[in-house]
Design a binder for this molecule. Sequence first.
Ligand SMILES: Nc1ncnc2c1ncn2[C@@H]1O[C@H](COP(=O)(O)OP(=O)(O)OP(=O)(O)O)[C@@H](O)[C@H]1O
Length: 327
Amino acid sequence: MIRIEGLRKTFHTRGGPVAAVDGVDLTVAEGEVFGVVGRSGAGKSTLLRCVNLLERPDEGRVTVAGVELTGLRENRLRRVRQDIGMIHQHFALLHSRTAAGNVSFALEVMGVPRRERAGRVEELLDLVDLADRANAYPAQLSGGQKQRVGIARALASRPRLLLSDEATSALDPDTTGAILALLRGLTKRLGLTILLITHEMDVVKRLCDAVAVMQEGRFVESGPVAELVGRPDSPLARDLFPLGPVPTMPDHVLFDVTLTGQAGDESVVSTLARRHDLDVRIVAGAVEQLAATRAGRLRIALPQAAPTLADALHDLRGAGLSVEAAR
Ligand SMILES: Nc1ncnc2c1ncn2[C@@H]1O[C@H](COP(=O)(O)OP(=O)(O)OP(=O)(O)O)[C@@H](O)[C@H]1O
């Protein structure tokens, strides 16, 4: 659905050139939810704005649904851009219009005739479970409801691609969960592809199939979430499932065990204890159902002097788990 090749964008500021996007390649498959995470200033927003060419890249190609956007003139681009929905952190609603009015506005801009608009607005508000608040103004809506309006408006042109710029960053955890569930449901119902930027690990866990970590304009890590979590050296896996500082435990050795997919069942640890007659202590960890897979990390402590220690570790690795000394 999206193909980005060799993308670069430099801003020339008073303090000198800033390479906001410094050579990014990215492919997002149809129906996939792809997340880009990274610290403030990493270049995420610039990258996202380059996908619909709100920002013109200096170099590189952007192809969406088979159309090379970087090769289009402004008037053709404006039409193609309508087929790409976008949602924002602060919702960007018109305060003088109701929820229905905001959605209708998007249809007006697209030139949808008046008689067709009311029906489409109803359908769109229904899609985001907000039909009962159609006549409320933004000031009368909660943050989550405002974002639902934002999503309905973004879907007005029946886009196949949705770009999301920190869509849940201004929401509390419960509301975030509800919006993520809504977006996940929409990808299935409408066959929507989503490219999102976020700094929230929960968004990656609950919504993304694949993820890239951006740092100083480049991707430093990327791949399917299930695969990244399973990589022992992945800094992202550590951020998704932080285990905290390694405690001092005399006479014990500590290991960090990564569980994903097939091997995402924490019962492997109890099996280990039974089979090798080991006193296995879980020191820290979490296992969760992610959007893409069941995964987690556990820190376990094993008695240093146990004669079965080597066999136990061998068994764990044999079950497809990654096991490394805790650090
Ligand atoms: N229009 C602009 N003019 C000059 N510099 C810019 C412009 N837009 C972005 N930058 C700079 O480019 C770099 C990347 O910014 P960008 O907003 O893309 O990062 P980000 O990862 O989205 O950060 P945040 O999460 O804070 O929005 C920053 O150093 C920023 O100051």
